[in-house]
Unconditional design. Sequence first.
Length: 195
Amino acid sequence: MSVREIVTIGDPRLREPAREVGADELASAPVQELIDAMIATKRAADGAGIAAPQVGEPLRIALAEVDPTNRRYPYKPPIPLTVIVNPVLEPIGEELVMINEGCLSVPGLRGEVPRHLRVRVRYRDRDGAERELVASGMTAGTFQHEVDHLDGILFCDRADPRSFSTWEQFDRHHREGFVRRMEALTERLAREDGP
Ligand code: ZN
């Protein structure tokens, strides 16, 4: 699997809304190879997710995956590899939560982003099957971040600019409080959502 170059902020390709992928196109070798390359690129960069525009392809394909060894986001709950094609995201309820995010396409920067606490995502998997998932907390934030990429939106568009920090300053000043806040949220969601 080939690792692709990650497009960074300022490149117009990150700002173009991506287009839907047809069934035949999804089954085609180039698109299946693109999905493999996105997985390899995300893993090589130790990200939590990646969207096709981040490797320069204007297609509505994204994926999320967090394993317990992720060094970039060690506090994130695990997410099994989930490839979402033509996703449609719908908030569940009104509640928002502030999540401190980074992005492979915005090197060095983090910021606090208001995200829906719970979302439903309808999508096709890489084999074209219709699927649906419900996510909450930080995992819901990850899917919102990735679907935003398909609409040409970056986390810094939604963040309070006064919350921006470098990764170094996040570690120094904000990480502990943020992780405590997220642990409390994860506990609360476990109680509310059940096992
Ligand atoms: Zn991103």
